[in-house]
Write a protein that binds this ligand. Structure first.
Ligand SMILES: Cc1cc2nc3c(=O)[nH]c(=O)nc-3n(C[C@H](O)[C@H](O)[C@H](O)COP(=O)(O)OP(=O)(O)OC[C@H]3O[C@@H](n4cnc5c(N)ncnc54)[C@H](O)[C@@H]3O)c2cc1C
Ligand code: SF4
Length: 338
């Protein structure tokens, strides 16, 4: 057991002020990831700043369409919120594909964005890991890398981002609202998470002492033609080997607009706008979807134990886009939220 201090923030300005006074302090929201990491001795914060009671727990419609989701909205509340279930069922499906009901009750929107990789070596302090301790090496390259990245990896790290929710947020063009000592700013979802490069210990482009306050979604939710497919070793309570968020706007049998993002394949949710552009104006057929999959996976690279993911992703993309086109979404949970 490590010793740490505990303090509760009363408002967002208070939280930013408190974190800025101590470089080794950490925010705690639902605690479902951070407490595990502390138990494993991966994280050793000197102080926990409890943000769980900040007034960031509402989902509000915004002028001109779209919604603003407070950073402390629990994952369960978000998935079952009428605005989300009705207008953004892709997001609801992705959330309900993750973790367990109990975990989703505790897990927050902001915490889901900032959860850390599930690479086993990251959790095992007896092994080298550049993400846990910069410059020590990557045990997964040449090690047990079945769950690791096939896109955007580097020689320093081949870890994946484990979130389901973030894959849907990437596809839906979300924006992240943050607040820090320099004031508020908004980050496009695709710029929020980073690729590992030579600095895999830095997961996101959040500046020091910034807090996530909200996630904003534009009005367009692709509620008619969407699907979230999560392929994993067990049907529940497992992280994705490959997951796919697909959304289409159709004009007759033609694709007017497409969104495509993958989880479980890279250090960040992997959205490919070139593959989306290639679908525009094409017939909504498996042949078009297969071409988009080829394009998206053009730079994919497998390692000793995870090369199967390339074909899995290729076939999964075609299947998910087909489900979206046919308005027969994958998630079993859809029945519950309609
Ligand atoms: C057994 C298990 C299975 C799981 N399965 C899945 C799954 O299949 N799919 C999936 O997507 N997820 C899964 N999860 C992960 C779960 O969704 C995350 O742990 C959860 O979303 C984290 O949210 P939290 O509020 O508990 O974060 P915390 O643990 O409180 O915090 C996580 C990190 O985020 C930081 N943080 C939290 N809120 C903010 C904020 N507002 N601003 C800045 N920093 C912040 C904290 O400092 C910490 O570093 C699983 C977790 C467990 C334990
Ligand atoms: S893949 Fe990344 S997280 Fe895993 S051991 Fe290598 S450096 Fe660490």
């Amino acid at each position: 057991m490590i010793n740490f201090q505990y303090a509760r923030a009363n408002n967002v300005a208070d939280a930013v002020r408190m974190i800025a006074t101590d470089p080794s302090a950490k925010f705690i929201a639902g605690g479902t990831n951070l407490i595990d990491l502390m138990k494993e001795d991966v994280e050793r914060p000197s102080r926990l700043i409890d943000i769980s009671r900040l007034p960031l727990k509402t989902v509000d419609e915004i002028a001109g369409g779209g919604v603003r989701i407070g950073a402390l909205v629990p994952n369960s509340d978000l998935a079952y919120h009428p605005l989300i279930a009705r207008n953004y069922p892709l997001l609801a499906s992705a959330i309900l594909a993750g973790a367990s009901q109990q975990l989703r009750n505790m897990a927050s929107t902001g915490g889901n964005l900032l959860q850390r990789t599930r690479c086993a070596y990251f959790y095992d302090t007896a092994t080298p890991c550049n993400k846990r301790k910069a410059g020590t090496g990557c045990s997964a390259i040449g090690g047990a890398n079945r769950g690791h990245a096939i896109l955007g990896a580097s020689e320093s790290c081949i870890a994946t981002h484990p979130s389901d929710m973030c894959v849907a947020l990437a596809a839906l063009d979300a924006r992240v609202h943050v607040m820090g000592p320099e004031g508020a700013r908004v980050v496009a979802f695709n710029d929020f998470h980073r690729l590992p490069g030579t600095t895999p210990h830095i997961d996101t482009n959040l500046h020091p002492n910034e807090i996530v306050t909200a996630v904003e979604l534009p009005a367009k939710g692709f509620a008619a033609n969407y699907s979230y497919l999560k392929i994993r070793d067990r049907l529940s309570y497992a992280f994705a080997l490959v997951s796919i968020a697909a959304a289409l706007e159709l004009e007759g049998s033609m694709v007017k607009e497409a969104r495509l993002a993958l989880g479980g394949v890279a250090h960040k949710p992997w959205r490919d706008t070139a593959a989306e552009a290639a679908l525009r104006g094409q017939p909504a057929t498996p042949a078009s979807f297969a071409r988009a999959a080829e394009l998206l996976l053009r730079d994919a690279r497998g390692y000793e134990h995870n090369a199967f993911k390339i074909d899995l992703a290729r076939r999964g993309i075609v299947r998910t886009l087909t489900q979206a086109a046919q308005a027969t979404p994958q998630s079993q949970s859809d029945k519950k939220i309609r």
